[in-house]
Design a binder for this molecule. Structure first.
Ligand SMILES: Nc1ncnc2c1ncn2[C@@H]1O[C@H](COP(=O)(O)OP(=O)(O)OP(=O)(O)O)[C@@H](O)[C@H]1O
Ligand SMILES: [Mg+2]
Length: 219
């Protein structure tokens, strides 16, 4: 199996005023190239923490992981940043849109940084329901529209792996379904890996596999 993510014996705790609080212990799972995995589990079970770890924003206490064939333990902060720019697309709820640039300029910038052409992704703004909003600034659109622009930015970079934290979390049911349709269609046609954290079980069921962190996360 060609793996895009391989996690083995991962343990993570946070240091708080009252000592180390474990988030997960001895977590192991694999994601094949082109496969999609839903991370589920109650609030506080560690879904966002795991996504942060997988893109190098958060460290671990123990265990090993390979992301797109790179050994997480040996990657420098600069190398992680390079992966996030070109190969690992990250969609967080607090999307990182540049406030002084329009939605279209934001998407184009992401394509430029990844060395991609903007042309093929222009249509995605419309497919994500943002037609007519391309020239607006992030503070001139709703939270759900910003989230969709963040998704378009990830499509624009043409990543090998997408990490998405509640990608439909702030959307109404109808829009959430359209955005999920776009996300899965794009993921399957590109053949990239996808890990998404969600409380929405209907969305989780659309993924190839599910990892429930509340159950100890042995996937
Ligand atoms: N920077 C931090 N310092 C200390 N504890 C933290 C920190 N970030 C998260 N935690 C704790 O780690 C646990 C896991 O948090 P995380 O955000 O990963 O959960 P989650 O599964 O994403 O939850 P939600 O469904 O609410 O988004 C929680 O108990 C949280 O309080
Ligand atoms: Mg979370």
């Amino acid at each position: 199996m060609v793996t895009s993510v391989n996690v083995s014996g991962l343990s993570k705790s946070y240091n708080t005023g009252s000592g180390a609080v474990p988030v997960f212990l001895d977590l192991s799972f694999q994601l094949a190239a082109g496969e999609s995995l839903a991370l589920t589990g109650p609030s506080g079970s560690g879904k966002s923490t795991l996504l942060n770890i997988l893109c190098g924003v958060e460290g671990v206490d123990d265990g090993s992981m390979q992301v797109l064939g790179r050994d997480g333990a040996t990657l420098t902060a600069d190398q992680w940043a390079g992966l996030r720019r070109r190969r690992v697309g990250v969609v967080f709820q607090d999307s990182n849109l540049m406030p002084a640039m329009t939605l279209e300029e934001n998407v184009k910038l992401r394509a430029d940084l990844a060395g991609r052409s903007f042309g093929p992704v222009r249509d995605w703004l419309a497919r994500l329901g943002l037609a007519g909003l391309e020239q607006r600034y992030p503070d001139q659109v709703s939270g759900g529209q910003r989230q969709r622009a963040a998704l378009a930015m990830v499509f624009a970079m043409g990543p090998d792996l997408v990490l998405a934290d509640e990608p439909t979390g702030s959307l109404d049911r109808h829009t959430a379904r359209d955005v999920a349709d776009a996300l899965f269609h794009w993921q399957r046609t590109q053949g990239c890996g996808l890990i998404l954290a969600t409380h929405d079980l209907a969305l989780a069921e659309r993924c190839d596999r599910r990892l429930d962190l509340a159950e100890g996360g042995q996937g």
